[in-house]
Design a protein around this ligand. Structure first.
Ligand code: COA
Length: 155
């Protein structure tokens, strides 16, 4: 495996080749299927190998990030951040005013890749929950976000 250069790209075609590599990459992981929901996958590649993967999908009026994983051999090199930024940028480009994410407290995915951008924990109005039982996070797309992270501005 060539470990020197890793590139993050949108998955343009969910063809048989990608499906096979996706399955191998997530073997042993519990991954929620996006089914027929509007969605976009982003993958990190080292050569032709998938070394990181993630998705953003649209459900019930909300854009939701999910399925973030980086190959253990490629961790702590900023790949998860690149995958998250690619998803945020893409979704802002779709006109999103906010982006959501669901995760349990203490999960490294949330700590590493979402809080830094300003995701805030939200207790959804329709449910009774406390700060401890709420697992939804929301990022509002504001001018402040672009001031702090200019790279999130869509091209
Ligand atoms: C969480 C995960 C996605 C992070 O991927 P990554 O590419 O290593 O993350 P990055 O290198 O982009 O790091 C982002 C930030 O998190 C921090 N971070 C990453 N790994 C960390 C660790 N083990 N401990 C503490 N901080 C960590 C980094 O320091 C970085 O912050 P900084 O740039 O301010 O220093 C990766 O560890 C992973 O895939 N874990 C398993 C996720 C999982 O179980 N998914 C479910 C499907 S199997």
């Amino acid at each position: 495996m060539n470990t020197s250069v890793v590139t993050v790209r949108r998955v343009e075609r969910e063809d048989a080749g990608w499906k096979a590599r996706y399955k191998t990459f997530f073997s042993g992981c519990e991954v929620r299927k996006v089914g027929r929901k509007t969605h976009t996958y982003f993958a990190a590649y080292s050569g032709e190998d998938i070394v990181g993967h993630s998705v953003i999908y649209f459900e019930k009026g909300r854009w939701i990030m999910d399925g973030l994983r980086v190959d253990p051999e490629f961790r702590e090199r900023g790949i998860a951040k690149l995958l998250t930024e690619a998803r945020i940028r893409h979704t802002i480009g779709q006109g999103a005013g906010e982006i959501w994410y669901a995760c349990e407290d203490g999960n490294l995915v949330t700590i590493c890749c979402h809080l830094r951008y300003g995701f805030e924990k939200i207790c959804r109005h329709s449910r009774h929950c406390t700060a401890a039982t709420a697992h939804w996070y929301r990022l509002r797309i504001t001018p402040e976000l672009f001031r702090k992270f200019p790279s999130l501005r869509p091209a």
